[in-house]
Design a protein around this ligand. Sequence first.
Ligand code: TYD
Length: 214
Amino acid sequence: MSARDGVFIAFEGGDGAGKSTQVGLLAEALRAHGREVLVTRQPGGTDLGAAIRDLVLHGDHVSPRAEALLFAADKAHHVDLVIRPALAAGQVVLTDRYTDSSVAYQGAGRDLGAAEVHDLQMWAVDALVPDLTVVVDVDPAEGRRRRGEVHDRLEAEADAFHAAIREHFLAMARGNPERYLVVDGTQPPDAVHAAVLDRVRATGALDAVDGGAP
Ligand code: TYD
């Protein structure tokens, strides 16, 4: 099964950027257009993913390479069980974070090497790349302000860690503008959503459902 009938859109960005709000708004808009939409998030989205999420975000110190492998394991399982079947069924899949999060957080943030982590992630997801990746961009100080007082293991890292991650997301987007959209996450949510929707039109995700023609 290699054909992909669905549309795959990932949302990326720092902690506190407002990705989840945007995923919700886009899902609503797509459903209003008659599309079937699967909303998911990483890590998580399966029982195993939820267990990995707990281990990696809420446990004690995890060694950086183990952290990278756990995030990769979550995605491997998730893509195989949830995302590929949904795409094959013609759905639009919206994911709150995907492989670029690992390239940025483990590759750049943890200093494991972006190229190595990218290769690991691509192996894990068997080279499934989104049709569009939306980077919701806010600076680390704003992200911290929005997150408030409760931090998970990664959110608790210093602003320099988050600044490196931000730079990395922006660099990935600059390197591949036809597959990325960067939106200014400090705008009101409706304005961010309008920019996202404009770009999503180009992916075909808003096209009318035509009864399953190939
Ligand atoms: P996040 O979407 O922030 O979850 P929540 O909204 O519940 O806080 O994601 C959890 C954290 O996991 C976030 O700090 C980024 C990190 N992360 C990685 O480091 N690597 C990855 O591959 C993924 C998917 C997430």
